[in-house]
Design a protein around this ligand. Structure first.
Ligand SMILES: [Zn+2]
Length: 420
């Protein structure tokens, strides 16, 4: 079925939400579990109440709205209303407004949709207040352990568990939300890219192939702190030289494997202008869409650290601090989204992977999923200057509607299996 979203209306909603929560480029005020966030959700509730849907909230605080259709199971559309402090007006909000637009178009059609459609506003996607991203979607996906997050505190010292309680959410009951995916046939999300790839290639929108897997390590180089004047070059055990050598090799690893490798920080001790660095700690982040390639990148990076340590007569130890497996999106849905972007005027380019994690990362492991990205211009996010051209927004919203229509048609013909 061909689903045409009223893009004017979606843009009007976006401007309205921005004005109601901080102002368009004044920094979004929608921090999860805050009064501002509840107010933004009230705004959303008002929009949902105009439609023939039933609205409720699950045990993890996600808001759901159901538009009944035929057949078994349902397709999920949605994104997140919450924002980082002083964030942009589009991150999350675009996907919410477009999903709302899709619901509106479906509700206005002569016939009910071929399968039921459920709208979702995920709770606390950003994790900006307590440092735990994807809270609501991970509860639904069954990957949230209350004990891991209970005692996380915000800048004021408030515990996560108490912040949830102030919004009538019992953290220990959040896992009750997992049944929300029973019968889910597909999950479809529109988002801004938040990076420079589409702008660089002059594309207004794109299908997304999946979200990167991520490996984060702290790498400790140990040598010998010594006097910068008395120690000849050949007798040094210089950890900063070793780490810097490794960092350049790590950059090449990312290029070679077509992934991304980042040394975001190096901190040396004693950190004195007249001393050789005896200890250096390096922060390493590696991302790739392919699990085997990610593993190969990790191996190459750790080998580069070993080789550099040896070259400078140092030792090295690596400690893993975070890991996430890649989530490839469903090939059939990616193809539908790709054709939708082309039909909407966004050109027929290869799907691009997402570097940032999204709620679609959590849901995509369990339910056939695809995302569409709108070009970001300037290509930045989590700042009030975040923006997209109106052209890009119109193409992306139209492509999202076509994707929802295409996916509904596809799943009404037979169930998709999750991509592995
Ligand atoms: Zn987002």
């Amino acid at each position: 079925m061909r689903l045409e979203i009223d893009t004017d209306r979606v843009l009007a909603d976006l401007h309205e939400l921005a004005a109601a929560s901080g102002g368009e480029h004044a920094g979004a005020k929608r921090l999860a579990w805050s009064e501002d966030w509840l107010k933004a959700r009230e705004w959303l509730r008002g929009k949902l109440d105009e439609l023939p849907v039933t609205v409720d909230r699950d045990e993890a605080g996600n808001i759901w709205a159901e538009l009944p259709g035929g057949g078994d199971g349902f397709v999920i559309v949605g994104s997140h209303v919450d924002a980082v402090p002083s964030g942009g007006w589009l991150d999350g909000a675009l996907g919410i407004a477009a999903a709302l637009g899709a619901l509106r178009a479906l509700a206005a059609a002569d016939e009910p949709p071929p399968v039921t459609v459920r709208f979702v506003d995920w709770a606390d996607e950003e994790g900006a207040r307590f440092g735990r991203s994807l809270l609501g979607s991970s509860a639904v996906a069954g990957t949230l352990d209350p004990d891991d997050v209970r005692d996380l505190r915000d800048a004021e010292g408030t515990r996560l568990q108490d912040a949830l309680a102030s919004c009538d959410i019992d953290l220990d009951g959040a896992s009750g939300a997992t049944d929300r995916l029973d019968g889910a046939l597909a999950y479809l999300e529109l988002h801004i890219e938040q990076g420079p790839v589409l702008l660089d290639s002059g594309r207004l929108a794109s299908a997304v192939s999946g979200t990167f897997g991520d490996e984060r390590y702290l790498i400790q180089f140990s040598g010998q702190a010594a006097h910068a004047g008395s120690t000849p070059m050949r007798l040094r055990r210089d950890t900063l030289a070793a780490a810097a050598t490794a960092a350049l090799a790590i950059r090449e690893v990312g290029i070679r494997h077509e992934g991304v490798t980042t040394v975001g920080s190096m901190r040396s001790e004693p950190g004195v202008i007249t001393a050789i660095a005896g200890e250096t700690e390096m922060m390493l982040d590696l991302r790739h869409l392919d699990a085997d390639a990610l593993a190969a990148m990790l191996r190459d990076c750790l080998e580069a650290c070993e080789a550099a340590a040896k070259e400078f007569d140092c030792t090295v130890e690596a400690r893993r601090v975070f890991g996430a497996t890649p989530t490839p999106f469903h090939p059939d849905l990616v193809q539908i989204a790709r054709e939708a972007v082309a039909e909407a005027g966004g050109g027929d380019g290869d799907p691009i992977p997402s570097g940032p994690l999204h709620d679609a990362t959590e849901i995509g492991r369990l339910v056939p999923t695809v995302m569409i990205f709108a070009q970001s211009d300037p290509p930045v996010s989590h700042t009030e200057v975040e923006d997209s051209s109106e052209d890009a927004l119109r193409v992306a919203i139209a492509a999202y509607g076509l994707t929802v229509g295409g996916a509904l048609e596809r799943v009404s013909e037979g169930e998709l299996q999750v991509a592995r």
